[in-house]
Design a protein around this ligand. Structure first.
Ligand code: SF4
Length: 413
């Protein structure tokens, strides 16, 4: 019998420790995560409602209703990053219960933690139909197993106004569902206040994007944006505002944030959470700076019209359709390819890194088309390297680094 771990307490403790380990003037960097997990931990202790979600949610609505949401991928990420190898424990438990090898390891971690009782059941599971079929399948299975209510937002392909209206309807259906299952009401004043914080943070995140297009890049790489779960909070706004001010100051000095920026890379897929220093190694070894990333570059526009709940829902629908990971992995590959091509141009990228995570079958299916498209339209090389985002045992760090070394040694020879 495996030793019991209160995984949510581990998350709250570790993210708080990450924030506290910074000098006081830099604690804003870790504050969104630490406060997010602190709220989850408090809600569990008080018996208050807690939701489970996937990437691509609308955290603003949950924030306005005072209901914290646990994003399965974030649990997977931290279980793999923190000492103790909780990711391996939970993945093994999921496999023992016949969860298939090829299911995304983020979901296996959540399933394993739930099956062994380390993760308490949520009040409900409310998640978007994005970013992939793996999420759809596992959340419906796990809600049945736990006997908790499930709502999956139907997110069609396409981005036109008809789709925006449809997704706005889905968000209204979601609000009614949450109200029914938690007894909490969505108040319009509170929603507007949260949206003002969200808008201001997204405004700064777009300005940060503009800074990262400069050569040399004046900001450090960003592998995951806190807006995915903290949009609408004061701490997310403070983080982006400070990031922008730092970037501006570095531009004025006329230097890059990281010295030796020889090659500008885009990462339009996942990374390797079990090997956090991988990108430091890439910088030091080859002068490769990862400038634009799938999970760290948020291209969402603020919701301009906050005059009514419907207008806010429409703004959140647009945001939902453009959410990181959904933007790349959901619906039409034409959207993704167009986004990738224009991103390479705007960010002046020299190379694209395409990590093929074992769960992202959509990416496996189009890898050759993707590489050909980028090569044909831009003449930029694409490095395709197999990884498991959350399980370092599937592809070793040594093997991944050897593959990357071969590519850059050849490219720069
Ligand atoms: S990493 Fe891939 S498989 Fe896993 S949730 Fe994201 S899109 Fe789905």
């Amino acid at each position: 019998m495996a030793e019991k771990t209160d995984v949510l307490k581990v998350m709250a403790f570790a993210t708080n420790m990450m924030m506290e380990s910074q000098p006081p003037e830099f604690r804003w960097r870790g504050a969104p995560l630490a406060k997010h997990w602190g709220r989850i931990s408090d809600a569990i202790e008080q018996g208050a409602p807690v939701n489970w979600t996937s990437f691509c949610g609308s955290p603003e609505i949950f924030r306005a209703m005072g209901i914290p949401s646990i994003m399965q991928d974030e649990v997977g990420l931290f279980c793999a990053m923190f000492p103790g190898k909780l990711n391996e424990k939970y993945i093994d438990i999921a496999h023992e219960h016949l969860v298939a090898d090829h299911v995304c390891s983020a979901q296996k971690i959540m399933i394993g933690a739930t099956l062994c009782g380390d993760m308490p059941p949520p009040t409900m599971i409310v998640h978007a139909g994005q970013p992939c079929d793996s999420t759809l399948v596992t959340y419906s299975a796990i809600s049945q197993y736990l006997g908790v209510p499930l709502l999956t937002l139907d997110i069609p392909g396409g981005r036109d106004e008809r789709v925006v209206q449809y997704v706005a309807d889905e968000l209204e259906r979601m609000v009614a569902f949450i109200e029914e299952h938690t007894g909490r009401k969505l108040e319009d004043d509170k929603l507007k206040e949260v949206m003002e914080y969200s808008n201001a943070a997204h405004d700064y995140s777009l300005k940060v994007n503009e800074l990262t297009k400069l050569v040399p890049c004046p900001l450090p790489r960003m592998l995951a944006t806190p807006l995915m779960d903290s949009a609408g909070t004061p701490e997310a706004l403070e983080m982006y505002r400070n990031l922008y001010e730092i970037g501006r100051a570095v531009v004025e000095i006329g230097k890059g944030y990281v010295p030796n920026q020889k090659i500008r890379a885009g990462l339009f897929s996942t990374w390797v959470s079990a090997d956090v220093p991988l990108f430091d190694w890439l910088e030091q070894e080859f002068g490769v700076m990862v400038i634009n990333t799938m999970l760290g570059t948020d291209t969402t526009r603020p919701t301009e019209d906050l005059s009514s709940r419907r207008k806010i829902m429409e703004g959140l629908a647009r945001k939902q359709l453009n959410a990181p990971m959904g933007r790349e992995c959901w619906a039409s590959i034409d959207h993704w390819f167009d986004y990738a091509v224009s991103t390479c141009r705007e960010w002046k990228l020299d190379v694209v890194l395409m990590t093929l995570h074992i769960g992202c079958k959509n990416m496996w299916a189009v890898q050759k088309l993707f590489r050909d498209k980028i090569a044909d339209e831009l003449g930029i090389p694409v490095l395709i390297v197999e990884v498991d985002f959350f399980d370092g045992r599937v592809f070793s760090s040594e093997g991944i680094r050897a593959h990357i070394s071969d590519f850059f040694n050849t490219m720069m020879a």
